[in-house]
Design a protein around this ligand. Structure first.
Ligand SMILES: Nc1nc2c(ncn2[C@@H]2O[C@H](COP(=O)(O)OP(=O)(O)OP(=O)(O)O)[C@@H](O)[C@H]2O)c(=O)[nH]1
Ligand SMILES: [Mg+2]
Length: 278
């Protein structure tokens, strides 16, 4: 079944983004470094296309270094200024600030040419829910200026924050679009905790994760999840993970539900190691 999530507050958020575009010099689009292309929203990109856009691959601490390098290269080939960022440690912030300065340079030169006073760059932050937009601002500010949370849909309205003397940011609520393009993209977004938990079955997403791991990172199944034979169906592998973890219910049956919850949590927190989904 395909996954979709487009709660009411996003209709308002979309309108708010549209209306406030004229107030900013550029848009910083945050994508999850583990699956940046699945986090792209063509509706949103069309809307922000009149503005200079920079791309930040956030949560790079949770992604594979080589894959992030490849993704950045791809985005730069598309003509974007792009950089990676880890908003929990602040790693990457210097490069991000440099990107903003580069994107703002033409405006600053124009102000100078007209004999106007220099002013801070105005940057709107956009992206899917839970990608770390508010955390990114807090990281650049070095203090808590925006509310964050480990679930999608925390920020509900736009908010201006002055993070530094030379930049003003507008934080916006995470935006989805009415229909996710493919089943696979929906599964990836669910895995990344971008869509609300009511929009999917943890079981389906867990089976998809096991399938991805088997294809892309079998070592994780051996080393972190202690499996010794991958020549099984995903369903059987999930049951074996449950046994290895000791997730059992009365009568010795495996507790599949609990195993799915723990497996997804472990992936999202990076406990399975840095992993990219594309
Ligand atoms: N490991 C890691 N976690 C991060 C990073 N950035 C944010 N997080 C975590 O991701 C979760 C979501 O962060 P928020 O900053 O609230 O995300 P948001 O994009 O503002 O979310 P909405 O307001 O719901 O759209 C929080 O649990 C953060 O701690 C990062 O770079 N690395
Ligand atoms: Mg937020």
């Amino acid at each position: 079944m395909s996954i979709n999530w487009f709660p009411g507050h996003m209709v308002k958020a979309r309108k708010e983004i549209q209306e406030n575009l004229k107030l900013v010099d550029m848009v910083a689009m945050l994508l999850d470094a583990r699956a940046p292309f699945s986090c792209r929203n063509s509706q949103l990109e069309k809307m922000i296309s009149p503005k200079k856009t920079i791309i930040i691959l956030n949560k790079m601490d949770l992604a594979s270094v080589a894959d992030t390098r490849r993704h950045l290269e791809q985005l730069r080939n598309e003509g974007y200024l792009a950089a990676g960022m880890d908003s929990t440690s602040g790693k990457g912030s210097r490069e991000v600030l440099q990107l903003i300065a580069t994107a703002f340079a033409p405006v600053r030169e124009e102000l100078q040419r007209r004999g106007r006073r220099n002013r801070p760059a105005r940057v709107m932050i956009v992206g899917v829910p839970n990608v770390g937009k508010s955390s990114f601002l807090n990281s650049l500010a070095g203090k808590k200026v925006a509310t964050t949370g480990a679930r999608p849909g925390v920020t509900r309205g736009k908010q201006w924050v002055r993070v530094r003397d030379d930049i003003e940011f507008m934080d916006t609520p995470g935006l989805m679009w009415p229909k996710i393009d493919t089943v696979e993209q929906g599964l990836k977004l669910a895995l990344l905790d971008v869509v609300g938990e009511k929009a999917y079955q943890e079981y389906d997403v867990s089976i998809y994760l096991i399938q991805l791991l088997r294809e892309k990172a079998p070592q994780v199944l051996y080393d972190k999840l202690k499996l010794d034979n991958l020549d099984r169906s995903e369903q059987e592998l999930l049951e074996n993970i449950a046994r290895k973890k000791g997730h059992l219910i009365k009568g010795g049956e495996v507790d599949v539900e609990k195993t799915c919850t723990v497996l997804l949590q472990d992936f999202r927190k990076g406990k399975l190691g840095p992993l990219s989904l594309e």
